[in-house]
Design a protein around this ligand. Structure first.
Ligand code: ZN
Length: 223
């Protein structure tokens, strides 16, 4: 039997079932519906509810670990942070991000420093690759620490990419790179601009949407 966490009586005509971001089962039902009828409909949807609820709870657990630096993301892959007395530097090994014991009290600072160091050549590599492909020439490139955006490009041709971009999968990194490089040809977000983006990445809409889901990563390493 499914336990309903929140039952909302409404003027609607049918029953709706949803899972809240915290994993609670929320049922909206007409005032005239009896508890028996509601339970009946909810149990018929049991497998759907369990599947979606589990998916949300898994994500919630992952996000909690990411926010507390127990897990980190690198190019879209999750690594569990472990402290090691023998290590001198931060390294990724299989599913682990090995952090030297000496950083125990400032793990987030050590990690953000490491992230920036490894992000630089990787992000620059993508900028170089797409600059050649698109026949554009950024005047300058730098890593940014911007609070609200993944990348920017100014009229002087300076391309800035948030170093946190190294946390998301390669295809999303490429979307931001192509987006910013397209600004070297079109400084606005006009139709022409999106035409340029889609000529390089025809599936840019999906990538843009998926990147949106990772926006919470921009708030990490701010302490
Ligand atoms: Zn833009």
């Amino acid at each position: 039997m499914i336990n309903i966490d929140v039952l909302i009586r409404t003027n609607r005509k049918s029953i709706s079932i949803s899972i809240s971001p915290q994993g609670n089962i929320v049922v909206k039902a007409p005032r005239s519906c009896s508890m028996g009828e509601i339970q009946n409909i909810v149990s018929k949807k049991e497998s759907w509810i369990n599947l979606h609820r589990q998916r949300i709870l898994d994500n919630l657990e992952l996000n909690n670990k990411i926010f507390t630096y127990q897990d980190i993301l690198f190019c879209g892959k999750v690594y569990h942070v472990v402290l090691d007395t023998k290590s001198k530097n931060i390294v990724l090994e299989n599913d682990y991000c090995i952090v030297p014991e000496k950083f125990r009290n400032n793990i987030s600072r050590a990690l953000s420093k490491w992230y920036k160091k490894v992000a630089m050549p990787i992000l620059w590599g993508r900028v170089e690759y797409f600059s050649n492909l698109m026949q554009v020439e950024p005047k300058n490139f730098r890593l940014s620490n911007a609070k609200g955006c993944w990348g920017s490009c100014n009229s002087q041709g300076l391309v800035s990419l948030n170093w946190r971009l190294i946390m998301v999968p390669h295809n999303l990194i490429d979307y931001v790179v192509v987006h910013e490089l397209s600004h070297l040809l079109q400084m606005n977000h006009s139709q022409l601009f999106w035409k340029i983006v889609s000529s390089v990445l025809p599936d840019f809409r999906v990538r843009r949407q998926n990147l949106k889901k990772g926006d919470y990563l921009l708030s990490l390493f701010r302490e």
